[in-house]
Design a binder for this molecule. Sequence first.
Ligand code: AMP
Length: 283
Amino acid sequence: MPLPIVRTVADLRAQVSAWKRAGERVGFVPTMGALHEGHLSLVRLARTKAQRVVASVFVNPTQFGPNEDFDAYPRDEARDARLLESAGCDLLFAPTVGEMYPRGFSTTVTVAGVSEPLDGQARPGHFQGVATVVSKLLNQAQPDVAVFGEKDYQQLQVIRRLVRDLDMPVEIVGAPTARAEDGLALSSRNAYLTPEERQTAARLNQAMREAIATLRDGGRIDAAEAAAVEALKAAGFGRIDYVEVRDAEDLSRLGPGPLGGRPARILAAAVLGRTRLIDNMAV
Ligand code: AMP
């Protein structure tokens, strides 16, 4: 059976509240479409936590910078709907930009602190766009549980903070990063890579794993970060936005010496050709 699609907040709410009245828990997986196995793993995880799963596909213009890939971002709703249905999704919410941001729209949500370093620096305004659209989507769908990928680790921490700070009645679940066999994190943007770049792209995750090995051997954080940057340059990456080891929860700076007792995360962002890749791992 084809996946039902709703395009308005009113239709979304009508379906979700019918499910809730019937005593069913509702899970939610927001996406920008161009779905891959990583997105589908989120839907399957949501399924284990709720009787009903709603996914959204919305390429949110406010989280793209003026020179970013909003127009080029891959879009194929029919394919996305088929994949979602096969993963056990019950409903697709695919609103228009006008439904999400009607004339007169004036509110933005800013999460201080955790949204400021890393991609907050590299992509000014990005997390404000994310926090605003996720606030809207959670209010629109009113799910019991929402699943986000660790692939976008800083985004996940921003959303956790947002939901706590604004007392949103939803459980946020982080899902592990789905990877290709060579370690490259699956991403809709991998479609931009040429075959040669696709080979090189695996070096991003490899450099992070080497850094983690150094740190686990008692090496210094500054040295591990610098070695990873050098490895990426040597592999042919262009602009390297960051390779940094940070506190796993609030993303505050760690180092420069060896790891302390606090849970740490290594996060990296670098450009290969015309594609900006990000990745992160637990240290
Ligand atoms: P996007 O469509 O890129 O905005 O991503 C939608 C959701 O899927 C976000 O919660 C992402 O973190 C998650 N996601 C994207 N790629 C992956 C992946 N490789 N593994 C797990 N989750 C992912």
